[in-house]
Design a protein around this ligand. Sequence first.
Ligand code: AHR
Length: 503
Amino acid sequence: MYNLFINTGKELGHINPEIQGHFSEHLGRCIYEGIFVGEDSDIPNTKGMRNDVVEALKEMKIPVLRWPGGCFADEYHWKDGIGPKESRKKMINTNWGGVTEDNSFGTHEFMELAEQLGCKTYVNGNVGSGTVREMSEWVEYMTFDGVSPMADLRRANGREKPWTVDYFAVGNETWGCGGNMVPEYYANLYKQYQTFVKNYDQNKKIKKLAVGPTDKDYNWTETLLRECFRQQGTFPQNFGYMDGLTLHYYTLPYDWDHKGSATGFNDKEWYMTLAKTFAMEEFIEKHSAIMDRYDPDCRIGLMVDEWGTWYDVEEGTNPGFLYQQNTIRDALIAAINLNIFNKHCKRVKMANIAQLVNVLQAVILTEGDNMIKTPTYYVFKMYSCHQDGELLESSINSTEIGLEDQYKVPNLHESVSKGKDGKIHITIGNLSCTDSYDVCSTLMGDNIKSVKASVVGGKMDDHNTFEEPDVVSEKDFDSISFEADKISFTVPASSVMHIEVEI
Ligand code: AHR
C-alpha cells in the first residue's frame, strides 16, 4: 500500500495555465494541413482554420500558443506574411525539409487562430537574420492603436484594432539554429533588441522573453542573468529587461543519431525513456537556483517553451517533417513533466510542448480530413483541472523500479492542487508497465463529501490510429472508495489518473 499525503492547508504557489501551453511552428504538417487548410478547402473550416482541430483544442483548454518557431522564427520575415495572399513572397524553409513556404499563414492568420481558440499569444521574434527595426515594426504592427506607419498598414490589411501579444521572445536557440552565439554576445543583443519591443498599451504589457539554455548549459543562464537582470528602481529605468528566460529539453530514448522508435519499443526502452524525462526536474532545479540568486522573488519565469519526446520519424515520411506516433509512454511522459512543472510553479510560469499538430509529441494527428487525438491529448485535457489552481503540499512514498540501474524511476508520480472550482485535484501516474499499485490518500482531517476519478491507460505501446482512433482515451474510473479523510484506489499499470475530491 502506498500513502499519498496531501496537506490541503498548505498552498505552495499558483499554477499558471500557461504551464500547459503549446507550440506551433512552420514545420512539416503542423501549420499547413494540421491547422490551416485555407478557406477554399473541402475540410470544414472557419477562415481557413480546421473546425475539428480548433474544437478539440478548445475542449482541451489550450491556454497559450507559441508561433512561428522554433528555428523557423530566425529566418521568418513577418512582412512577407501580410497583405493579399497572391502577392505574398515565397521562401525556402531551410530548417525543415527545404520545402516552399508560401506565407499564406502569417500574423493575421495566427491572431485569428488564437481568437478562435480563446488562448493567449506567444510570438517569437527574429534575431538570427532579422533587424532591430524589423522586430520593432512587427510589435508596432500588432499592438499599436494610434496613427503610425505600421498601425496604418495593419488597418489597410483589414484589421482595425490591435491584437494582444501576451509573450514575445527575442530570438530562439541563439546558441544554435538562431545564430550560434556565445551567451555574452546574445546578452548584449537581447538588451538592444528588447529595448525596441515597446509597450504601446500600458494595461497590456508584453512579457519579454530572453533565449535561455538547453539542457544543462548553466553558464548560459548565469551569463544572461548577470548581464540582463535589473532590479526594480535601478537606472536606466527600462525595468525590466526580461520577464522570462526560456529552457529547452527534449526526451530521446537514445541519442540524436539514433533516437529510437515511437512505437514497437520494449520494457527496457520504456524505463529508459521515462528515466530520461526526469532530467527535466534536475535542469529546472539547477537553473532555478541560479535565477534565485539574482531574482529571489521569482519575478522572472523559467519558460520551458520546448519539451517533449523526439523519436525517429515514422517510416516513409519526410525526415524534415518530424512526424511521429504517440503512445501510452508519451502519456506518462506528459504526466511526469506536467507534475514537475506544477511542483515548480513558483519559477516555471510557462511551458510549451513541441508541437501542437503532426510534429513531435503532438496532441493531434491529421490525415486529409481525418483527425485523431493522441494519448498526450487526453493527459493535457485531464490536467486542465490544475489551470489557475493553487499547488498543495503533497508526497507519496514511491519505490524505485526499472530494469537497469541507470534507468530507475519512481513507480508513482503525482501532483495535487486546489482548483479554482474549490475542489482538490490529484493527478498521478503509474510508471510501471507491468504492476498496479494500491494507494491510500489522506487529506489530513478534511471530511470528504465526494470523489470522482478518470484514467488514461492501457498497454505501454497502445496508440490511436486513423483506422482505430479510440484505442486510448480518458475513461471514467469507478473503483475508488472514501471514508472520512481517506481515499483508496488501485492505479492500473502504465496509466495516468485524475481524482477530483470535494471536501
Ligand atoms: O521543435 C523542433 C525544433 O527543435 C525547433 O524548431 C527548435 O527550436 C528546436 O531545436
